[in-house]
Structures are given as structure tokens and as C-alpha cells.
Design a protein around this ligand. Structure first.
Ligand code: ADP
Ligand code: ZN
Ligand code: ZN
Length: 741
């Protein structure tokens, strides 16, 4: 056979594989698909994954370069995960090499060995007598030698203190040639499971929970997607815990995705409290080394339970048995840069490839998942009762037309807050806008605080004394006079959490006001401290953004106030109403979890809006039915499928011109292939925010009734777009199933 050629996926935006000669002198048997290869690339070196070995290349042989080294003895990823990578790259029209780079721990893409952090092991030299004359007159060394000799496999460096072994004594022994140190790459904490998997008794499931649990259990070992739609506090987590226990008994691993570790500490804590099992946690706060070790533990099968955020979906597992996606509606499952994947959707794809069940859980499922349940693709499991004794709260739509709003707070709401506090209970005020005020306005000439780099207003932050653009992060000191007319009549317009906090503080000076948003929790532990104060149970007011809507239990909160529900009803974004309803329901679900019934007050100028009426009188699922009917009538997702192409250029018009050009390319393809004519091309139009961070932005929306037609077009079109010379001069992104259009 001729000399083998390696076809390699490299971290590069180019949607192509790259050919190299095999490294000089490598035996053919070690050229396994899926091992990493180090190669020269331009003047750099890159690490890629071997996809296949071929005998011929389109590159002229004299231009082929030899690869430098193979980095693995066996394929890095198990077959299903590798297939998932290929599927993901294809579906999101992303280069396979870049997709793999997103999926793998950084250290592996940098070429580090796929091994645990090397650790030092202390061992006695073989055939040693404990009465060696060299320790006769050193009792501490003799004792150390005796203890160490009881561990013929060696003692890891970090365990020395636990065995009361002194490093000093060991060093002396080593100098005398009685003891040695070796490096080892074994598991840091090999599994030594004994006895029960449970650290605490399981709760007995109620009948709704039991039905859900049995339904999933009956599909163990097969693919099935379940949508566990359970009202807040209905005991979804308890169902997960029971299922995971079954996995442990069966020797299978569970993969659990949660939206954000910091915002859902309880979920993690409940798994740790419940199980005597090896749990690894994967999230963006880990060091590269810790991430690789956790990844290796999952791959080796040593980890019984893997809990993590979005990217943990790609963790290889030796014995996968179950995937759970908690709070499946949460938008943090969608990555909003580079590879714009939706981890919830990929979890379903992965479960299919692994032939295991997947459970998507939420009190407020996404309309996509509900639609899949209605059409029978997902099995719907409902929990309609709250577990334990808590009742669901009462809703009250408060029409604020013609009412004075003082920092966003109406008179009747003030009254309700006063009564709640006086009754010794807590109040939660929800306002999804941080900062003091969204705009600063000159009352004299009408100037207002526009960002110099975006088509957006800058938010006034009183705490830092600055105007801050939330879109590009530009900020500047607060002006003391109007930059346009020099008058000193600048006024904050509208209210953010800082302002609501300040006003509530002066209205109710005898009660603490605790603010929870990205600004107030920037310091490590500050969220924990706030949560601790809330849990003390004394009457107080919580003011915060959607951070308050996630996963917490506030047993003493009995009044929840939504300051402004109008944004979700007015917005140009077709998903705004869905997100508003999810937020209201989730925030409301924090209330009245203990003995007292909760009350939810929603301030709105559109208090009679049909969606708001449905939501508050009949609940989220009635709202969702109505919203789905509207989507169907308008042919919007999930009744159609979208791809957004956004271009950005320094000069106005350039982005539009580029999109116009690629639109023509697509139309030419549609002329030739009648299967593509059902795909609609909308635009180019300026993006909702035309200028952002100094870039002029335009977009082209591609929409179709069927995924088949849409992807058939993309598969032919996008590779050609990428080849255009303009495609290299302009910034452009492609977003399949975009969250925001
Ligand atoms: P969800 O995940 O749906 O919000 P949780 O699983 O957190 O609900 O349950 C809400 C509360 O009800 C928790 O305090 C939990 O301990 C309790 N709970 C759940 N299931 C049961 C049960 N079967 N019996 C008694 N209490 C339960
Ligand atoms: Zn002015
Ligand atoms: Zn800006």
C-alpha cells in the first residue's frame, strides 16, 4: 500500500478536513480514527482529531506535510459522542474541528495527555527490612517506615497528613535509599462503593410522581424523550432522584444538566445529600485541570453522576443510562456565540444515539417541547399538584393605567407590601432591569443618554456613578450637566432594581431591602449571604431580576410583585410573551412554599390582554395553548423552522450588500432544485439594533415549514457562501434555531 494519508479535523472555521502524511515511522495499527494528532499549520502547530486514513488526497503529494505526532493510543471519544459531534457540526453548519474544540476540555485541544493530573506516590523500596540498621537510631523514621510499609501500593502525597506521616522523615528515608517517590496518573479517588447508595431515606412518591417515575423506568435501556411538566414545587427533583437511584443500582451513569450552577445550588446539594456515589460537577468556573479530571472520570466510568451546565452535554460516559435536563425552558441552554447549539435539543439527539431515555423537566416548558409533546414525539408526564402541603398562589392583575407609579410602584401595591410586612412575612419584587434607570434625559432640551457605539440607551447606575451600555459594555461617568445644552436638569427616566431598592427603602425604613441582580452579586459569596438573610425568615423586601426566578425556595415570601409585565406584551420579539409568562410563573412559584398561601400582583397597562388573562386565571399550560395557536396562525416556530444569518461590517450598507449577494446565491439554487422552493428568504433587513459596539448589522432570515427543506438548502448553500471572498472580509454568523430574531 502507498504511504497512508491522515484526514484530520482541525480547529479552524474552514468547513473542511485537512490531509497530512502519517508521522514518520508510525505503525499502521496505531492510526485509529478518533485519536489526536499534532500537525504543522502555517507557521503554527495545531492539535486535531484523526477522522479517517486514506490513500489518496486532492492535495498534490509534494504539498502534503507530515503530521508531527499521534497523541493518543486509543480514540479519545466513545463512538456515540463522536457521532454526536458530527451530527452537531452538520446541523449547525459549523466546522467539525471547531465543533470538537467546543466539546473537548481545553487541555485536550492544547495537546495535553488524556490523563489525570500526575500525583506523587510514596513507596517503600522492595525487600526492605523494617529493622534496617540505617533507622536504628531514628525512631521517627522507623515509625514512618512501618506505617508506609503497610501500604505496599504506595501513599499519595496528599494523604500523608491523614496517616500522620511526616514529610521530613520520609525525605530522610528517601536520602538513605529506603523509600522512593513515583509519579502516577491513576484516578484521584477510585470508586470504592459499599453498602447502600442512599445517604438519607427517599421520600415516598405521591401518585402523580409515581406514574411519572414508572413511565420513565419502563423505558430504561431504550430511547424515549419525556417532558416532565410539573408545576413549581410539584416534586420534579424528587422524581429525578428516584430515577437516578435506579441507575446507580443498575451500574449506569446519569447525566444531569442544570441551567447555572450558582443560581441552582439547591439542586446540586440535593444530589450530594442523597447519594453515597461519586458525583462530578462540570461548569464554567472550573480550572482547565479540574475540568479535564472530571471529564476523564466520567469517561472512565468512575463518576456515577455527572451534573453540569450546557457544555456538560458533551461529556463522554462509559455506561450512560439516563439524561435529565432540568428547567428545560431556560435560555442558558442555548449557546449564543461560536457554535450556537441548543444543549436541550442535543440532549435528545444524544439520548437517541445512546439508546437511553431523556427527561426534560420544567414548570414552564418551552413551546417547542410542548408542541413535541402534543404531536407525540415526546411523552408528556404532568405533575399538577404541589408536593407536600403548599398551595399554588393567587394571581391579581393590577391595572396601572392612570395610577401614579413611584419608582415603578403603584399605590395599591405599596398597600399590599405594607400589609404583608406587618403580618411578619416577606415580599419579593421582580423587575428584570438592573441599574438605577434605563435612561437619563435632559428636561430642558430632550437630550438622552445614547451609547456612542450602539443604537441603544445607556443605563444609569447610581452605585458606580456611571452611564453603562448593557449591549457593548461601554461606560462613562455620569454627566453633571447636559452635554448638549449645558443645563443642569438631567432626570432619570423609568426604574431599574437600584431605584426600586432605594425607593422601597425610604417607603419602609423599618425593614431591610435586599437586592439580587448581577451587580449586587458580583462578589463571590454575596448571593449566598443574601440568601442566608432571606432564610432567617424575618420580614424583609427582596428586589431582583430573573436571578430570583431560578430554583430558590423562599418559604417566608407570601407576596410576589411583578412591577412591569408590559415589555413581554409589546415586544417585537415573537418569543417575548413566552419568556414573560415563564418568568412570571417561575417567580410566582417562589412564593408561599411553606404554610401560607401566596399572592402574586402583576402590574400592567394591558391588564386585560388575553395572554395575561389566560396565564393568571388558568395557568401556564392554558397560556401555552393560546400562544401556540397564535404561533400556528402566524406560521412561526415551532410550526416553522428558522435560520438567521447576521452580517456585521464597519461601514453601513456593506453588511446588507453581502447578504443580498448570498441571497441571490440561494435563489439560484432554488431555481435548480424544486425541493428548495418552499424555503423563504426574508431580508436582508437591518438588525433590531442596527449598530452595536460600532458594527453595522443586518440580517437575513431563512424560514421553512420543514427541517428537511431548510437543511437541504443550507447543506448546498453555506459551503458556497463560505468560499466567497466577501465572506472573509465581513463578520457573519449563522444561527440555526435562533432564540432571538
Ligand atoms: P420541583 O423540583 O418540582 O420544584 P421539588 O422536588 O423541589 O419540586 O419538591 C418541592 C418540595 O416538596 C421539596 O421541599 C420536596 O422535598 C417536597 N417533596 C417532593 N416530593 C415529595 C413527596 N413525595 N412527599 C413529600 N414531600 C415532597
Ligand atoms: Zn439639554
Ligand atoms: Zn453600546
Amino acid at each position: 500500500m502507498s504511504q497512508p494519508i491522515l484526514r484530520i479535523a482541525l480547529p479552524s472555521p474552514l468547513r473542511a478536513l485537512f490531509d497530512y502524511w502519517a508521522p514518520v515511522g508510525t505503525p499502521i495499527s496505531s492510526l485509529l480514527a478518533g485519536v489526536r494528532v499534532r500537525v504543522p499549520f502555517g507557521r503554527r502547530e495545531l492539535v486535531g482529531l484523526l477522522i479517517e486514513v486514506v490513500s489518496q488526497s486532492e492535495v498534490p503529494t509534494e504539498r502534503l506535510r507530515p503530521a508531527l505526532a499521534l497523541l493518543d493510543d486509543s480514540p479519545l471519544l466513545p463512538a456515540p459522542v463522536f457521532r454526536l459531534a458530527r451530527w452537531t457540526a452538520q446541523y449547525y453548519q459549523h466546522s467539525l474541528g471547531d465543533t470538537l474544540a467546543v466539546m473537548l476540555p481545553n487541555l485536550l485541544t492544547q495537546g495535553e495527555p488524556a490523563q489525570f493530573k500526575p500525583r506523587w506516590l510514596w513507596q517503600v523500596e522492595p525487600n526492605l527490612s523494617l529493622d534496617d540498621p540505617r533507622v536504628q537510631r531514628a525512631p521517627r523514621q522507623r515509625e514512618a517506615l512501618r506505617v508506609l510499609a503497610q501500604h505496599p501500593q504506595g501513599v499519595a502525597e496528599e494523604l500523608l497528613p491523614r496517616l500522620q506521616l511526616s514529610r521530613e522523615a520520609l525525605n530522610s528515608l528517601r536520602n538513605k535509599g529506603l523509600v522512593r517517590i513515583t509519579a502516577c496518573n491513576d484516578l484521584p479517588e477510585p470508586k470504592t462503593h459499599q453498602g447502600s447508595w442512599l445517604l438519607e431515606a427517599q421520600l415516598a412518591l405521591n401518585s402523580e410522581q409515581r406514574n411519572a417515575y414508572e413511565a420513565v423506568k419502563s423505558r430504561f435501556g431504550h430511547f424515549q424523550c419525556f417532558l416532565l411538566a410539573g408545576v413549581t414545587g410539584s416534586g420534579k427533583t424528587e422524581v429525578y432522584l428516584h430515577l437516578v437511584h435506579q441507575m446507580l443500582l443498575a451500574g449506569k451513569q446519569s447525566l444531569i444538566l442544570i441551567p447555572e450552577i450558582n443560581l441552582s445550588p439547591q439542586t446540586l446539594a440535593r444530589f450530594q445529600q442523597r447519594f453515597n456515589a461519586r458525583i462530578v460537577v462540570l461548569h464554567s468556573g472550573l480550572t482547565d485541570r479540574a475540568r479535564l479530571d472530571a471529564w476523564l472520570e466520567a469517561r472512565s466510568g468512575n463518576a456515577d453522576i455527572v451534573i453540569g451546565t450546557r457544555s456538560a452535554l458533551f461529556t463522554p460516559l462509559l455506561n450512560p443510562g439516563l439524561i435529565i435536563v432540568d428547567e428545560e425552558h431556560d435560555t442558558s441552554y442555548k449557546q449564543q456565540e461560536s457554535l450556537r447549539y441548543q444543549a436541550r435539543d442535543l440532549a435528545v439527539v444524544r439520548a437517541h444515539m445512546e439508546q437511553i431515555p431523556v427527561v426534560l423537566g420544567s414548570a414552564t416548558p418551552s413551546l417547542e417541547s410542548l408542541h413535541n409533546a402534543h404531536t407525540g414525539r415526546y411523552a408528556l408526564l404532568k405533575l399538577e399538584q404541589r408536593a407536600g402541603h403548599a398551595a399554588l398562589p393567587d394571581f391579581w392583575r393590577l391595572d396601572v393605567k392612570n395610577l401614579v407609579l413611584d419608582a415603578g410602584i403603584s399605590g395599591p401595591l405599596q398597600q399590599a407590601i405594607r400589609q404583608t410586612l406587618a403580618a411578619g412575612q416577606q415580599v419579593l419584587v421582580f423587575l428584570n432591569r438592573r441599574g438605577y434607570a434605563p435612561t437619563l434625559l435632559c428636561h430642558h432640551c430632550g437630550w438622552f443618554s445614547l451609547c456612542p457605539h450602539c443604537d441603544a440607551r445607556m443605563t444609569l447606575h447610581q452605585q458606580t456613578g456611571r452611564l453603562h451600555c448593557h449591549h457593548c459594555d461601554y461606560h462613562e461617568p455620569l454627566p453633571t450637566q447636559c452635554p448638549q445644552c449645558q443645563q443642569q436638569d438631567l432626570r432619570p427616566i423609568g426604574a431599574g432594581t437600584e431605584r426600586a431598592e432605594q425607593r422601597l427603602g425610604s417607603l419602609f425604613p423599618q425593614y431591610p431591602v435586599l437586592r439580587v441582580d448581577r451587580d449586587s452579586t458580583r462578589r463571590k459569596d454575596s448571593l449566598d449571604q443574601i440568601l442566608q438573610r432571606i432564610n432567617e425568615g424575618k420580614p424583609c423586601i427582596l428586589v431582583g431580576t430573573q436571578m430570583l426566578a431560578k430554583g430558590h425556595h423562599f418559604p417566608h415570601v407570601t407576596l410576589v410583585a411583578i412591577l412591569d409585565a408590559d415589555g413581554g406584551l409589546f415586544s417585537a420579539d415573537f418569543r417575548a410573551a413566552e419568556h414573560m409568562a415563564q418568568q412570571i410563573t417561575q417567580v410566582a412559584g417562589r412564593a408561599g412554599r411553606a404554610g401560607h398561601k401566596g399572592q402574586v400582583i402583576i402590574q400592567s397597562h394591558l391588564a386585560d390582554h388575553p395572554l395575561l388573562v389566560q396565564l393568571t386565571e388558568q395557568g401556564y399550560f392554558a397560556f401555552a395553548d393560546q400562544a401556540l395557536a397564535e404561533r400556528q396562525a402566524a406560521c412561526l416556530p415551532p410550526f416553522s423552522h428558522m435560520v438567521l444569518i447576521r452580517a456585521e461590517a464597519r461601514q453601513p450598507q456593506q453588511a446588507e450588500d453581502f447578504l443580498e449577494q448570498i441571497r441571490t446565491l440561494a435563489e439560484d439554487m432554488q431555481q435548480l432544485d424544486s425541493a428548495l422552493t418552499s424555503v423563504e428568504l426574508l431580508g436582508p433587513i437591518p438588525a433590531l439594533m442596527e449598530r452595536k459596539a460600532g458594527w453595522h448589522r443586518a440580517q437575513l432570515l431563512v424560514q421553512a415549514q420543514t427541517r428537511g427543506a431548510l437543511h437541504r438548502l443550507l447543506d448546498q448553500w453555506i459551503p458556497n457562501v463560505a468560499l466567497l471572498p466577501e465572506a472573509k472580509r465581513i463578520r457573519w454568523i449563522l444561527d440555526v434555531d435562533p432564540l432571538e430574531v
